[in-house]
Design a protein around this ligand. Structure first.
Ligand code: GLN
Length: 195
């Protein structure tokens, strides 16, 4: 699925970035790991993986990468955050409040299903992306508690919004990269502009 754009960046400072790489290989989308701010120049979009948002925030400060991601987003380049990545992208973080990039108008509550033992796999729906139930893996996942006016809900699990989009920024609380379901990544790739 290389449609003539630069590779997709995968933020690789902490977390499950290698599983996103595996998924992008499966859909034949070229990718490049992003470890430093300058790496963003070589990519057309950015996936921010799950992991531990507090640790990533500390590394952001060391690398100056938070500021670079904001500039990247301001250029209209697509960004997709999963789980910890979604927490970092949110405008408001609860339980407890913490620093964030504020690139998508949602309030998100960390560890909202409980502890590691309350992690689960559930079927959900992403009607605009997939005509089948989507297997959703939640690992110490957050819950999106508020969705701003300009934010479109792309996926739900039960009554909860689990995949949302505001312009070029997409945030999901589950981990499609840990399943065989390619729908979400294919959708993200379709948002990349040609260069
Ligand atoms: N609980 C983690 C956090 O708050 C997110 C978990 C995940 O990314 N799977 O950052």
């Amino acid at each position: 699925m290389n449609n003539g754009h630069k590779p997709v960046g995968i933020l690789a400072i902490q977390g499950d970035f290698s599983m996103h790489a595996k998924m992008l290989d499966a859909i034949k989308a070229p990718w490049k790991l992003v470890k430093h701010s300058a790496d963003l120049d070589a990519v057309s979009g950015l996936i921010m993986p799950g992991g531990e948002s507090t640790t990533m925030l500390k590394l952001f400060e060391l690398e100056g990468i938070g500021k670079a991601i904001k500039e990247f987003a301001a250029q209209g380049k697509p960004i997709y955050g999963t789980c910890a990545g979604a927490i970092l992208l949110a405008k408001e973080v609860l339980n407890p409040p913490q620093e964030k990039l504020g690139l998508i108008d949602i309030a998100i509550e960390r560890n909202a299903y409980g502890r590691q033992i309350d992690s689960s796999i559930q079927p959900g729906e992403c009607p605009d992306l997939a005509d089948h139930p989507v297997e959703m893996v939640f690992i110490r996942a957050p819950i999106i508690r508020r969705v701003g006016k300009g934010v479109r809900v792309l996926g739900r699990c039960g009554n909860l919004p689990v995949l949302v989009e505001q312009g070029n920024v997409m945030a999901g609380t589950f981990h499609p990269e840990l399943t065989d379901d390619q729908s979400v990544h294919k959708y993200f790739i379709s948002k990349l502009s040609r260069d």
